[in-house]
Design a protein around this ligand. Structure first.
Ligand code: GLU
Length: 377
């Protein structure tokens, strides 16, 4: 059992972009944030990173709510919608302009592209001439972006809790854009302001955001805010060693539910994708919460193993309450278009308890076995 001290006042968040589905890589991120917050007696929050105002009724947002609810990992407060905070993001950029941490840049897209090439040829990142120039009346009337005034020398370091030390030479970092010419803030600015305002202490998310963490650290520094601790999760690979992604082969929570996996089995299984504990492979939610620590997350990618998920699911099917299981089998049969008579429905409540120890791995297996017996009922 972990003897490490448990951090106090922990606040984690799950910050999905609503894309219409919730794959298991994303679900694992939510679960790890949830488990770590619970482990520390802290809070777990949800932020929907919608670009435009999606609102809670949009199908892609509902998919997130339903996925979390099915998985049994509900946030502790009502969700924050990033789109509703656009004014706050703009105000934060104005504050940085006022404090000298940012500047307005009137380079056109063409000028920017050319200057970037020249800068790279000279061995450093793009530097805007507007960094230290006072605009005349002509410029004032033209569209501009707001850039962060980043340090030109030295190194920016992030001590990631999983990936270790990540550092970038400031010479190689452009003064990043915080506000576009249409007045919309950039992703990094919005994330930093939101995480700060929500009091987030630990940012646990996919490793694809690791280089953003360095850029976000610079924004924290400019505001004079303390950055959260970062923990970037390694990916999940399929049996062929190919990284699963939103676009590539990652099964979604909805698909797994339809294939007949139980939420407690998926929770148990996903907890082990990149994290392990000497207590074994099957554990209760209470044990997961007691044992889960980000310090024990693997640096190596997890590997999706459907056989193992099946074994774990089979275990939870055998453990499941008879009434619940019979109702789930009835639902599964209805989902397959099988209309049950009153008598058949009643018979399920006798059949399912008798079948559940007969090796079914999923609700679909169990429903198939039950259907055969019902035909003869
Ligand atoms: N919205 C981002 C995503 O869905 C996550 C951003 C974050 O966790 O900071 O990939």
């Amino acid at each position: 059992m972990s003897q490490r001290p448990v951090p106090f006042g922990v606040v984690t968040r799950f910050a999905p972009s609503p894309i219409g589905s919730m794959d298991i890589v994303t679900a694992r991120t939510a679960l790890f944030n949830y488990l770590f917050a619970r482990h520390c007696g802290g809070r777990f929050l949800l932020r929907i990173e919608d670009k435009g105002p999606e609102g809670p009724e949009t199908a892609s947002v509902r998919t997130i709510f339903e996925g979390l609810s099915w998985l049994g990992i509900e946030p502790d407060e009502s969700p924050t919608f990033q789109s509703a905070r656009a004014d706050r993001h703009r105000k934060a950029v104005e504050d940085l302009l006022a404090s000298g941490g940012a500047y307005r840049c009137w380079m056109t897209p063409d000028e920017t592209a050319t200057a970037r090439l020249d800068a790279h040829a000279a061995g450093h990142a793009l530097r805007s001439p507007w960094r230290d120039r006072t605009p005349g009346p002509k410029a004032e009337a033209m569209p501009y972006v707001v850039r962060l005034k980043s340090p030109l020398t030295g190194t920016t370091v992030v001590e990631d809790h999983i990936q270790g030390r990540v550092s970038l030479q400031n010479r190689d970092l452009e003064d990043q854009v915080l506000l576009r010419s249409d007045g919309v803030s950039t992703y990094n600015l919005a994330v930093v302001v939101d995480d700060h305002d929500m009091g987030i202490t630990h940012v646990i998310r996919g490793e694809d955001h690791l280089s953003n963490a360095v850029r976000q650290s610079l924004i924290y520094q400019a505001f004079g805010w303390e950055a959260p601790l970062f923990a970037h999760l390694p990916g999940i690979h399929d049996a062929d060693g190919i990284k699963l992604s939103k676009r590539h082969r990652a099964p979604t929570v909805g698909e797994l539910a339809r294939l007949g996996y139980l939420p407690e089995a998926l929770r148990n299984y996903l907890t082990q994708l990149g994290w392990s504990h000497a207590g074994g492979e099957i554990f209760s939610d209470a044990e997961a919460i007691k044992w889960f620590d980000i310090a024990d997350i693997d640096r190596a990618p997890g590997q999706l193993d459907i056989e193992k998920l099946n074994l774990i699911n089979g275990h939870y099917l055998r453990q499941a309450d008879d009434d619940r299981l019979a109702a789930l089998v009835a639902e599964t049969l209805a989902g397959r278009g099988q209309i049950l008579t009153e008598g058949q429905r009643a018979a399920l409540w006798t059949i399912v308890p008798a079948l559940k120890d007969k090796g079914a791995m999923t609700l679909l297996d169990l429903a198939g076995q039950a259907a055969v017996l019902l035909e003869n009922a």
